[in-house]
Design a protein around this ligand. Structure first.
Ligand SMILES: Cc1cc2nc3c(=O)[nH]c(=O)nc-3n(C[C@H](O)[C@H](O)[C@H](O)COP(=O)(O)O)c2cc1C
Length: 347
């Protein structure tokens, strides 16, 4: 597909959910989202999952504070008590989030012990009650992120029942990680790799519930593949590839939203450096508030993946001792070394 074909394929998605960056625990914190936003103005960003317990009994600002530049940004909640979820969703609305998303896909032991995440797929009526409670509490979209089913079951009856029950409760937005969750015997990491991907199940759902928006998630690694896989769905959600290779986000606005930002025509490398320089300004502001530099540079490590000198830059920017003792000077010197390698490689 050439660029024009890509843009035409992308325009079939629904603008709000056309290109989303997945919620990822320990990864998509507010610093990460800041960097992602500097790379794409339009991608929809998601927080890490925040449990109702953490929110209702913990430090609300710590969990919910974000920079207005992050819009559009969705808050992902973990929980299974309708009242608690309604209260948490209200907090999300009050803090300015654009969407509340309920996690029905996480398979971790901790989440299972709390009886939420993927095991909620067994309890569609409870999830429908949670959905209704949240929808009654807020005026922003409430969406559900879920799997295809549980364990090795290939039959999609549970999925149809789950989505059908929610649909009857008024839910019209589904983000589907297109593989089952195996709740026994697999780590969360393996649960993102071992159960087979089945995109066709998501296309079938979209056919069954044509008035709803389905966003496809799981195993998408570049724009061509994502556009190909999106077919006539509402959009795609990309997780690991976006985090590990954030350069992917620098092409999102042009391909998926056909925007004509002033620097769009400049080479990808220049746009990445520009984003990193802006992120540096952000880091300076955050350091003044006491945020450790290393907790922000960690999100930049994959930015120049594949380029000469990128591995050394990655090593330098993960050197916690140097970052702690030398601060932004270490960051600047590391970047300057990398840019020198680039200039030398270009001549
Ligand atoms: C480090 C990590 C943390 C994750 N944390 C969450 C989470 O908090 N909530 C959630 O719904 N999914 C979480 N996921 C799953 C992703 O949102 C996504 O569904 C999964 O990685 C598949 O998409 P991908 O193949 O594009 O990475 C996490 C994934 C990773 C790699």
């Amino acid at each position: 597909m050439n660029l024009q074909d890509l843009k035409e394929a992308a325009a079939r998605g629904r603008p709000c959910w056309r290109f989303c960056v997945a919620p990822m625990m320990d990864w998509t914190d507010r610093h990460c989202r800041q960097l992602h936003r500097l790379l794409s103005q339009h991608a929809r960003l998601y927080t890490e999952m925040v449990t109702t317990g953490a929110l209702l009994h913990g430090d609300v600002a710590k969990h919910l504070a974000f920079d207005p530049v992050e819009h559009p940004v969705a808050l992902q909640l973990g929980g299974s008590e309708p009242e608690d979820l309604a209260r948490a969703a209200k907090l999300g609305l009050a803090w300015g989030y654009d969407e509340i998303n309920l996690n029905c896909g996480c398979p971790s032991d901790r989440v299972q012990r709390g009886a939420f995440g993927a095991c909620l797929m067994r309890e569609p009526r409870l999830v429908a009650d949670c959905f209704k409670a949240m929808t009654d509490a807020v005026s922003i979209p409430v969406t559900i992120k879920h799997r295809l089913g549980l364990g090795r079951e290939q039959d999609l009856g549970m999925l149809t029942d789950f989505v059908g029950t929610l649909h009857r409760a008024g839910c019209k937005h589904f983000i589907v990680h297109a593989r089952n969750a195996w709740l026994e015997g697999l780590s969360p990491k393996d649960n993102r790799e071992v159960p087979p991907l089945r995109y066709q199940a998501v296309y079938d759902l979209a056919g069954q519930f044509p008035d709803s928006i389905f966003v496809l998630n799981g195993g998408l690694s570049d724009h061509h593949q994502a556009l190909d896989a999106m077919k006539s769905l509402g959009g795609v959600m990309i997780g690991r590839a976006a985090y590990q290779r954030p350069a992917l986000l620098a092409d999102v606005d042009q391909i998926w939203f056909d925007t004509t930002a002033p620097n769009e025509a400049s080479p990808l490398f220049d746009r990445l450096v520009c984003a990193l320089e802006n992120y540096r300004s952000y880091m300076m502001r955050q350091m003044a508030l006491g945020v450790p530099l290393g907790s922000m540079t960690r999100h930049t490590l994959g930015l120049f993946q594949g380029l000469p000198g990128a591995r050394i830059l990655r090593r330098d920017l993960s050197d916690q001792h140097a970052l702690r003792t030398q601060g932004i000077g270490w960051f600047d010197a590391s970047l300057a070394r990398f840019l020198t390698v680039q200039r030398t490689a270009a001549t």
